[in-house]
Design a protein around this ligand. Structure first.
Ligand code: NAD
Length: 488
């Protein structure tokens, strides 16, 4: 059932521990994607808002940097407990502003908890190395030191998990932070900021500035921002990577995806279909790890196709907070139209439309951004639906005769975020892992999401940079290794 209508929120920036209105007067509405109810308005912050946030972060840096790592970790331990206590409320709030079903939102909040949990280990994660006698009587040691103010710019599809790929590690290592969240669904993360303050995070250590391109540009150009993490579409990722690097910053920019799920004839077709359904249609396909092309090798093709088509027809579209709902709406009307235009293009380019999600509707929600599950056969890399990231509940099926041919097909795509193989053969899985030039690889797993202690990020057109998000890479990204060589 739709959550009760509440007063729309005027979203504020969080600067120096205070929620402040933007200095600009432009705003965007935040809409419930199912009911179209206005949940709030988000400011399109100005460069001067960004400068104020960076100044607050820079001012907080010396004292925060001097706070012992164990004390910083204790604040994160308290935040982890508060996230656990508030998990259900956060998940419900997230479902409402994003549209995805509440079970998926619980999973997203759980991922936030795991990031904070991992960052709690900072006293050991941040340790340096030592070696005695690098020459007679001379010792060498490295100390990991924070660098100052870091920033992140994050997308709409995981509006609480993705910011927490970054700032818990940045502040755990002693840096201070400015986040520019997605302007489409910024509400739930605001509550996490309040929880961080309640946990004891001092004013100015974490700041949030809302908005779009102007705010991002101001962050990229600001001389006091020493590094930027970006997650979003590849086109913007590439621009941010180039601009932030040109202004001398550390930068990691995670982009879009087109993930192939390769099925071998020896895989159990029922298990494969279950896993693939979740991968393709979970979050209405708005995941950088969503399966978007299913490649059946030889006789695997027909058995998986039949099950996916049946599964797609049985999915219940609806409001994310309804228990009966399997799949929610997409984020906005413009995004729905963009996905629908891909379905039109697939048809006109010659793919066979087997399940058509156009014209979907849900009783009681006439203004929702609905698209039903959509399945195409005969999809080739020369078609837009075979090559572009659609970011909706649309899957293309392709048939090949060997694993080598499947890998060749994957490599024709410009993205390299994730891929999976389904097989009972260890040798086939090993050969696939060895040859697939793609960073996150699943073996009998449809959503290849590394846990917080492992790096998250793709390759080729899906990633610009070298150090990935979370895991040990985060510690590398947020610290400099100071080397001290001593003779006494
Ligand atoms: P987006 O690129 O439109 O926006 C991402 C962020 O960049 C937002 O904060 C937005 O305000 C800002 N932005 C948008 N245009 C900008 C511009 N011209 N200049 C500066 N900043 C700009 O992405 P989205 O629609 O919010 O998210 C979906 C995309 O994110 C998909 O492509 C998806 O694959 C990708 N994504 C990737 C990963 C990953 O791990 N690789 C994870 C999640 C999402």
């Amino acid at each position: 059932m739709t959550q009760a209508v509440t007063e729309p929120v005027d979203v504020r920036n969080y600067i120096g521990g205070i929620w402040r209105p933007s200095s600009g007067d432009r705003t965007l509405p935040i809409q419930d994607p199912a009911s179209a109810e206005i949940l709030g308005h988000v400011p399109l912050s100005t460069a001067s808002d960004v400068h104020a946030a960076v100044a607050a972060a820079a001012e907080a840096f010396p004292a925060w940097r001097a706070t012992p790592a164990v004390e910083r970790a204790r604040i994160l331990f308290r935040l982890k407990a508060l996230l656990e206590e508030n998990k259900e409320d956060l998940a419900r709030s997230l479902s409402r502003e994003h549209g995805k079903i509440v079970a998926e939102c619980r999973g997203e909040v759980q991922r936030c908890i795991e990031s904070v949990e991992h960052a709690c280990g900072i006293p050991t994660l941040m340790m340096g190395e030592t070696l005695e006698d690098i020459a007679p009587g001379i010792d060498c040691a490295t100390y990991r030191q924070p660098l100052g103010v870091f920033a992140a710019v994050t997308p709409y599809n995981f509006p609480v998990m993705i910011p927490l790929w970054f700032w818990p590690y940045a502040v755990a290592t002693g840096n201070t932070f400015v986040l520019k969240p997605s302007e489409q669904d910024p509400l739930t993360h605001q509550r996490i900021v309040d929880l961080a303050a309640e946990a004891g995070l001092p004013a100015g250590v974490l700041n949030v500035v809302h908005g779009g391109k102007e705010a991002v540009t101001a962050l990229m150009e600001h001389p006091d921002v020493c590094g930027i993490s970006f997650v979003g579409s590849s086109q913007v990722a590439r621009t941010v990577y180039a601009a932030a690097a040109a202004s001398g910053k550390r930068v990691q920019a995670l982009g879009g995806a087109k993930n192939h799920l390769v099925v071998l004839p020896d895989a159990d077709p029922d298990e494969v279909a279950n896993v693939c359904m979740a991968s393709i249609f979970g979050s209405s396909g708005q995941r950088c790890l969503a399966g978007s092309i299913v490649v059946g090798v030889g006789s695997a093709y027909e058995s998986v196709r039949d099950r996916l088509v049946r599964g797609a027809r049985e999915l219940t579209l609806g409001y994310g907070l309804d228990d009966a709902t399997d799949m929610g709406p997409v984020i906005s009307a413009p995004h729905r139209d963009r996905v629908l235009s891909y379905i039109d293009a697939g048809e006109s380019e010659g793919a066979t439309l087997v399940v058509d999600g156009r014209g979907a509707s849900v009783d009681g929600y006439p203004d929702g951004n609905w698209i039903g599950p959509t399945v195409f056969e005969d999809v080739s890399p020369d078609m837009k639906i075979g090559t572009d990231e659609v970011f909706g509940p649309v899957v293309g099926l392709a048939r090949v005769e060997s694993v080598e041919e499947a890998i060749e097909l994957m490599h024709r795509n410009r993205y390299g975020n994730a891929c999976s193989i389904f097989t009972k053969s260890g040798k086939a899985a090993r050969d696939f892992r060895y040859a697939a030039g793609i960073s996150m690889i699943g073996v009998n797993i449809g959503v290849v999401a590394p846990m917080a202690c492992f790096p998250f990020g793709g390759s080729r057109g899906s990633f610009y940079g070298d150090l990935k998000a979370q895991g040990r890479d985060a510690i590398e990204f947020y610290t400099d290794k100071r080397v001290v060589i001593s003779r006494w």
